[in-house]
Design a protein around this ligand. Structure first.
Ligand code: GLP
Length: 238
């Protein structure tokens, strides 16, 4: 695991954007795993700004988001589909047919999860996946207790995660369930970059650094992978 400490959130976001842009420059048909949340928003801002200056930045890139809420339509203001459009997809030249998110409103959610796994495989597998970090150590929506060989599936969200994400729903009920790539799905990505910024993630980062590897702390699964970069800023480390 390679650890990089950046001065602040902006520098961290810029560094993450450089890693992403370098990947798609080297492999214009790259398959990316993408996160949502407050943390990657800065990375997306930098990527969008850079792509505005270039021609055909994302033309042949495929993206697979890590997760989506269940039971809400794609165009719901709190959906991850909406988040991705607002923060990235509307600002780059990606082909909408190449941007994949699980459909949280599919009639058969189990079948939708199986379809999503297959779509990742058919695209050639994830080359580079970015992750945020939940305060309880969750990655994507893999909450504590998730086995490390889990695949894309429907999960029940913990109260703490629903509370942490309440802002996206502006006073309305946060969905109780979500569709998420499994830890096993994520670990098959050839490279992984984890982003953590701010005091709020300090305890989780400390635990990642020192934790015993096990399902009670999902991010500890990343120790089982041989190409992980962790980007933190100064406020995140004690
Ligand atoms: C959500 C997402 C995770 C993300 C986490 C942290 O639960 N499903 O993928 O890592 O939030 O988000 P934030 O960056 O807003 O702290």
């Amino acid at each position: 695991m390679i650890w990089e400490t950046l001065d602040d959130y902006e520098t961290l976001s810029n560094r993450a954007a450089r890693i992403l842009l370098e990947e798609i420059r080297e492999s214009p048909r790259a398959v990316l795993g993408l996160p949502t949340g407050r943390t990657p928003a800065g990375m997306y801002r930098h990527v969008a700004a850079e792509c505005a200056r270039q021609y055909h930045c994302f033309r042949d890139v495929n993206t697979f988001n890590l997760d989506e809420y269940a039971g809400i339509p794609r165009d719901h203001p709190g959906s991850y589909f909406t988040f991705m459009k607002q923060h990235l997809f509307d600002h780059i030249d990606v082909d909408p047919a190449h941007t994949h998110l699980p459909d949280g409103n599919a009639p058969d959610l189990k079948a939708e999860c199986a379809r999503y796994e297959l779509a990742i495989k058919k695209a050639g597998g994830l080359a580079l996946t970015f992750l945020g970090l939940g305060r309880n150590g969750h990655i994507a929506f893999n909450e504590p207790g998730t086995p490390f060989d889990s695949r894309t599936r429907v999960v029940e969200l913990t109260e703490s995660t629903r509370h942490a994400n309440a802002d996206d729903f502006r006073g309305r009920q946060v969905p109780t369930h979500a569709l998420t790539m499994g830890i096993g799905t994520i670990l098959e990505s050839r490279r992984i970059v984890l982003l953590a910024s701010g005091i709020g993630k300090r305890a989780a980062i400390e635990r990642l650094e020192h934790a015993d590897i096990g399902p009670s702390f999902p991010a500890s699964s990343l120790w089982d992978h041989d190409d992980v970069t962790v980007l933190v800023d100064r406020r995140t480390i004690a």
